[in-house]
Design a protein around this ligand. Structure first.
Ligand code: SF4
Length: 406
């Protein structure tokens, strides 16, 4: 028999309209749902008794039927640079992470969407842990709810602290679409976190049909994990490429652009020593991107490249590109007119890089075993060797901007 607590509705997971409908079932008017929504998300209140402008009768119903449940925090690590990583318990031996990254002009929260990940990108520590389950919309929003209100209390501030959210933590968000969308709606809602669509970024490994769906329902900013300029190499680094190869992915990006709030798409490119970081790879990347939108050559204004220094982890068998190589790679892109940034490494002392998180998951679906079977070191080697020769070394170029994504 399930416990009464388990039967309660988890209000964190309801977007505004869903909460209005749920309250209507209790016989409550729309404005009551809005009040409740504001108490929860704008003021960070979980105790229904503290919601002083709600009628006693409504509070009694809420006690009986609903809950605002934070995720238990297993650990918190604070970096010298102000980055904070939280490890949240999502039950049954699974943990997920959220990372707060403060900067001069913004403060970003990197949020997880799944416990583990089934995509199995070669360079990603999450991908090496296997996959357990999708997070619920309540568990996704609970990361933002906890971070925002914990930090407000800690810094004794009334106004908003987190200005940007990036869905770049553990998991492929578009494989958890049904739970992702209500969470995104709450992030954007003026009665909750009130973030603009430009300031909420979904990062995907390239599930083309789901990118189309997102463009129709909640077209937030989009980041695409690219990591290779050719199908042969990307097949090895991002196994999903075998299902949605580059031509299909680029076409989906072009379609998304019609709805993208920033009028550009950010491409993430993890710099891997001797694998994808030669000048020849950079030139191939320019060719791929400059030819993408509508086939118009030399059109590079529709995208941005974010070069990510690889964060090594045990058994990856990969190394980070040398700083000079990253700079030379960036210069090829900059000279082609592609806005290129190199992600600053943040939270080095706490191992907090987004997308390379170190939470533990129970690999329930045995995704890890399948991925390991599919991984063929010889195939990666062959793909690397098939790439064009590295061109002549390039002189140090113009300084590129150093910043985190979004
Ligand atoms: S990079 Fe993203 S999609 Fe790829 S394995 Fe890691 S979490 Fe999954």
């Amino acid at each position: 028999m399930s416990s009464p607590v388990a039967q309660k509705v988890s209000l964190l997971g309801l977007d505004h309209e869903a909460l209005v409908q749920w309250c209507a079932q209790l016989g409550e008017k729309r404005f009551r749902a809005t009040q409740l929504y504001r108490w929860i998300h704008q003021r960070g209140v979980a105790d229904f008794d503290a919601m002083s402008d709600l009628a006693k009768s409504l509070r009694a119903k809420l006690h009986e039927q609903a809950q605002v449940q934070a995720l238990p925090v297993l650990a918190e690590q604070v970096s010298r640079d102000g980055t904070i990583k939280w490890l949240f318990d999502v039950g049954q031996g699974n943990a997920v992470e959220a990372v707060f990254i403060p900067e001069r002009d913004r403060a970003t929260l990197c949020v997880s969407s799944q416990a583990g990940c089934a995509i199995g990108c070669r360079f990603c520590s999450t991908g090496h842990q296997g996959f357990s389950r999708n997070l619920s919309s309540a568990e996704i929003i609970a990361q933002l709810w906890y971070a925002e209100h914990t930090l407000r209390r800690r810094f004794a501030r009334d106004e908003r602290i987190i200005t940007n959210v990036v869905m770049m933590g553990m998991g492929e968000p578009l494989q958890n679409y049904g739970q992702l969308v209500p969470a995104l709606r709450t992030m954007l809602d003026d009665n909750a976190y009130g973030l603009s669509r430009r300031r909420v970024t979904v990062s995907t490994s390239g599930i083309a049909p789901m990118m189309d769906r997102l463009s129709q329902s909640v077209p937030v900013a989009l980041a695409v994990s690219l990591h290779a300029p050719s199908d042969a190499l990307r097949d090895q680094l991002v196994p999903l490429n075998r299902k949605y190869p580059l031509a299909e992915l680029m076409a989906a990006c072009r379609r998304y652009l019609q709805y993208a709030p920033r009028d550009f798409i950010t491409f993430e490119y993890c710099m891997l020593d001797g694998v994808n970081d030669s000048d020849a790879h950079a030139r191939a990347l320019v060719e791929l991107l400059s030819g993408a939108p509508g086939g118009a050559r030399q059109d590079t204004g529709w995208c941005k490249l974010n070069l990510i220094p690889f964060n090594p982890f045990p058994d990856s068998g990969l190394k980070c590109s040398k700083p000079q190589r990253v700079q030379a790679f960036a210069q090829v892109l900059l000279e082609a007119g592609i806005v290129t940034t190199v992600r600053k490494t943040r939270g080095d002392d706490i191992d907090a890089a987004c997308g390379q998180l170190a939470g533990e998951v129970q690999d329930r679906t045995h995704a890890l075993v399948r991925m390991q079977r599919q991984r063929q070191p010889a195939a990666l080697q062959a793909a690397v060797q098939a790439a064009p020769e590295t061109g002549p070394a390039m002189a140090p170029g113009p300084a590129y901007r150093l910043e985190t994504n979004a």
